[in-house]
Design a protein around this ligand. Sequence first.
Ligand SMILES: Nc1ncnc2c1ncn2[C@@H]1O[C@H](COP(=O)(O)OP(=O)(O)OP(=O)(O)O)[C@@H](O)[C@H]1O
Ligand SMILES: [Mg+2]
Length: 263
Amino acid sequence: MPCTVITVTSGKGGVGKTTTTANLSAALSRLGQRVVAVDADIGLRNLDLVMGLENRILYDSIDVAEGRCTLQQAMVRDPRAEALYLLPAAQTRDKADLNPAQMKLICDQLRQMADYVLIDSPAGIEHGFNTAISAADRVLIVTTSDVSALRDADKVIYLLERDYHKQPGLVINRFNERLVNSGEMRGIDDVLDILAIDLMGVVPEDELLMLSTDRGTPAVFDKRLAVAHAYENIAQRIMGQNVPLTDYRKRGFWAWLKRLFGR
Ligand SMILES: Nc1ncnc2c1ncn2[C@@H]1O[C@H](COP(=O)(O)OP(=O)(O)OP(=O)(O)O)[C@@H](O)[C@H]1O
Ligand SMILES: [Mg+2]
């Protein structure tokens, strides 16, 4: 099976791109896939922290691009998984950013050794975003359901379609069923009405997730966390398996009322 390069992006900062990249990478590797997670957030890297691999880093992707080391030397293996690697970003911005051509070259090499390459994009739609998107076969948009995240996601979807001819998939993050049912948060249907792209999955709000991030253990390695199952489902869908969406829409009074009135 040919390798698939997936860029995880959002527009708005802080909505969960890095958490999603780390957990989907770990989930895909638990499903027997060879995975490389690439941090494209140059200067503000933290995929290494979320994956708990920061102490193993010797080189970064700029070192690879500028010939100071081989790709294999820069890749950090996750000891908890069979075939899960991190390609770290540079820690500081005094080093030049990767450009799209360099990212493509790196991904071309990674394609020879992985089933999936997941690229963690920086926030925004500037240079770093273009680099992160440049090698992508598929794009995942992560959003929360608040208005500013949705507006930024909408802008990114527009740019992806206009400039890259790509139809991204959507991950709704930090979904809070209680707030949706009490009418305080937009539900899944409302988000889909606004963004009109394919839903790949819904990740619930999980207050313990931050603790797992602090410990450097992606949530999918910790079965107690509610989000672990959500990431596993999305990973399976990425692999083309038919996994029904947890139907949050079927539950709760407001959902019932909406269905009653045909919405
Ligand atoms: N489903 C969730 N439930 C609870 N907390 C979450 C969830 N997803 C992400 N978070 C928390 O939100 C914060 C931001 O997440 P993350 O760093 O992944 O966002 P980001 O989009 O990568 O941010 P940036 O744009 O700065 O790179 C972190 O503290 C993370 O633990
Ligand atoms: Mg991030």
